[in-house]
Design a protein around this ligand. Structure first.
Ligand code: ATP
Ligand code: MG
Length: 450
């Protein structure tokens, strides 16, 4: 069953295997690490599997940390972190999400059997003395990987029944590694899709985040929809298929969201999420045919979805802010004051992302040039205002609340805030007023006129 094979694995990682072998244990590099090494890419993490028990592993390495919950010993070897795990089978999945018990086994074959996909169920032992490197591949993962096929190990219905996350992993791997999900495996996802309802938000979030890092993440969302997973984990998106994007109904909101998503920058997660959800309020506001206020409905829906998936507060705040403001418009006649009010409203720090979202939105609508032209024109005007360094928030005023209190002999209280806000309004209309002396004089005037 073993085939001689050379693989490029860092010496630090081979060293961990060697230490275990020297101590008369069995040990292999395993799982995603072998898959990625075969593909010629550097894995995110290196995994080693062994018949040694956690306590034995721990004793063999100076820099080792035993994580009791996962039964994994994390070993620091040179620059590399290697996760060393005892061969195991997973016994009993009552809730489709985590094994009720982890049982150690003495058999590598059993350990490989509990892994999700053939390409993730290979083990490799580095060369040792005269012995060449050896690949253990009982499920023919190498052939599948070469043929670009994603296939469940064993009976796919059973595997997805044990852990529903595997269905999301299948779609994520197929998208990122450009694989074809083999028909029996795909059918089983369709049959078991409802089980993804039991998955924790955190686990869904991790998979969605990885899907969104693909060059064309629409592939994953299309696949989730076709296989019936999307209707379970994100009915809001699935439902958007039933709403036409514009009066001409050839293109629905779902198609538009995915086209926009693909047009956002690959390395910007909040922008990708904003692209994916920016029009998610449209199905609900379709009644009048104008999607009236869909950006506010969409903001609330996106917040609910992102909270369900346990995204962090900052990401949720950024994404929902972009969605709320994505409908901004511009006319050439705008005065400088109107441009400054626009910057104030959306926040200077959000301008680049908001424009990037609109560019993606335009591309996702089949970019017509006049819209693009208006966007570029507004971008120019915004840059001019930024270069003129006027005040876009209260913080940018040349005086603050303390100056006002001191100058007017005021106690802390609402009057100070009222004056500051009024000054900010005046400076937005006329940036030349943003000088200390002028502001203090104005403050006196505003206070007196009260
Ligand atoms: P990546 O690290 O690129 O996300 P990976 O395949 O390495 O992908 P890990 O979560 O690091 O994924 O898991 C390492 C290995 O553990 C997998 O390759 C697979 O063999 C096994 N594995 C992980 N999650 C599951 C699961 N839910 N069901 C079965 N086996 C799994
Ligand atoms: Mg991994």
């Amino acid at each position: 069953m073993a085939t001689a094979l050379e693989l490029k694995v860092p010496a630090d990682v081979e060293k961990v295997v060697d230490v275990l072998l020297d101590a008369k244990h069995d040990a292999y590099v395993v799982g995603g690490s072998v898959r990625d090494a075969l593909r010629g890419v550097d894995p995110h993490d290196w995994d080693v599997t062994t018949d040694a028990k956690p306590e034995q592993i721990e004793k063999l390495f100076k820099r080792a940390l035993y994580n009791n919950r996962f039964g994994t010993v994390v070993v620091q070897s040179g620059d590399h972190v290697v996760e060393v795990t005892t061969y195991r089978t997973e016994a009993g999945y009552a809730d489709h999400r985590r094994p009720d018990a982890v049982a150690f086994t003495a058999s590598l074959e059993e350990d490989l059997e509990r892994r999700d996909f053939t390409m993730n169920a290979m083990a490799w032992r580095p060369p040792r003395g005269a012995k060449p490197g050896e690949l253990i591949d009982p499920h023919h993962g190498r052939k599948d990987l070469e043929g670009r096929v994603l296939r469940a190990v064993g009976d796919p219905d059973e595997r997805f029944g044990e852990d529903a996350l595997r269905m999301l992993r299948a779609i994520r791997f197929a998208t990122l590694l450009d694989l074809h999900i083999e028909p029996r495996t795909a059918e089983a996802i369709r049959r078991n899709a409802a089980l993804t309802a039991d998955l924790s938000g955190e686990r869904i979030q991790q998979e969605i985040t990885k899907m969104l890092s693909a060059p064309r993440p629409s592939v994953a969302f299309q696949m989730m929809s076709e296989l019936g997973v999307l209707a379970v984990i994100c009915p809001e998106l699935e439902d958007s298929k039933g709403t036409p994007q514009e009066k001409a109904a050839a293109f629905n909101v779902f198609d538009h969201l995915l086209a926009t998503l693909d047009a956002t920058p690959q390395d910007d997660l909040p922008l990708r999420l904003a692209g994916l959800f920016h029009d998610i309020g449209k199905p609900e506001t379709f009644a009048d045919g104008h999607f009236h206020q869909h950006e506010f409905v969409g903001e609330a829906k996106a917040r609910a979805i992102l909270r369900r998936w346990k995204f962090d507060k900052d990401t949720i705040a950024e994404v929902t802010h972009l969605i709320r403001h994505h409908m901004f418009w511009y006319q050439m006649e705008w005065t400088g004051s109107a441009v400054r009010r626009f910057i104030r409203k959306v926040g200077l720090e959000n301008i680049p992302a908001l424009f990037a979202l609109r560019r993606a939105d335009n591309i996702g609508s089949g970019a017509r040039s006049p819209r693009m032209y208006a966007l570029d024109a507004l971008w120019q005007r915004v840059q001019e205002e930024i270069a003129a360094a006027t005040a876009f928030s209260l913080r940018d005023l040349q005086i603050d609340g303390n100056d006002i209190k001191r100058e007017l002999g005021l106690e802390p209280g609402p009057e100070v805030g009222r004056i500051l806000n009024e000054l900010f309004e005046r400076v937005t209309d006329n940036p030349a007023l943003n000088e200390r002396d002028k502001l203090l004089a104005l403050a006196r005037e505003i206070h007196r006129a009260r």
